[in-house]
Design a protein around this ligand. Structure first.
Ligand code: URA
Length: 206
């Protein structure tokens, strides 16, 4: 057809539509106390999709993914690994900030399986539209969302697991884990392992 819409344009439009639709998500109760939904960001035809856990306090306020303390570790690791963040589609397994109030402070609370399952609706659609060549799951929540069963990060980092549609999924730690390492654990060594995981995953596309 002479007036067919180019594929890339169509896909761009569609991720934007999905984002607009997600703004009124009521699939689980997390929308109610949150400020806004934080949807995925990045090129809608990215080769690589990175999946985190859920937005934090600063993401909830700004509306952007990975801009708070975990985002700063993520950014540092990407620079160390030689990866350009603007080429990545970055999203979360759960798209509203879950927190507990302590006084006026909003303290991060880990999403449960029901919330992860409810939000899989969005990540499945992001995957279908972006069609990444590989996915990097950062942390247990992201891995649980993608694999649909629990895993220990230590058992599966460093190599790819094929998702049911064949997409290779590389699992690594969540950057926030590097901010709360137990005493005695070498932060720089753990950071280097994280960088190595990211670099290995991305290089597997070469
Ligand atoms: N942690 C995440 O998993 N995602 C964010 O966007 C921010 C912090």
């Amino acid at each position: 057809r002479a007036h067919a819409i180019p594929n890339v344009m169509h896909r761009t439009d569609t991720v934007d539509l999905l984002r607009a639709e997600a703004a009124s998500c009521r699939r689980c109760p997390l929308w109610r106390p949150a400020t806004q939904i934080i949807f995925g960001e990045g090129p809608p035809n990215a080769d690589i999709m990175v999946v985190g856990e859920q937005p934090g306090n600063q993401e909830d306020k700004t509306g952007c993914v990975f801009v708070g303390p975990a985002g700063q570790v993520f950014d540092r690791a990407l620079i160390a690994a030689g990866i350009d963040r603007s080429q990545l589609y970055v999203t979360n397994a759960v798209k509203h900030f879950k927190f507990e109030l302590r006084g006026k402070q909003r303290i991060h609370a880990r999403p449960n399986v029901t919330e992860i399952d409810a939000c899989r609706w969005w990540i499945d659609q992001e995957r279908a539209l972006v069609r990444p060549k590989l996915i990097i799951a950062m942390g247990a929540t992201a891995a649980r969302s993608l694999l649909e069963h629990p895993v220990r990060i230590a058992d599966c980092r460093g190599s790819a697991i094929a998702l049911p549609d064949g997409t290779p999924c590389w699992i690594t730690v969540h950057p926030s884990a590097l901010l709360r390492l137990p005493d005695g654990v070498d932060m720089e060594a753990e950071f280097d392992r994280y960088v190595t995981d990211l670099r290995l995953a991305v290089r597997s596309l070469d």
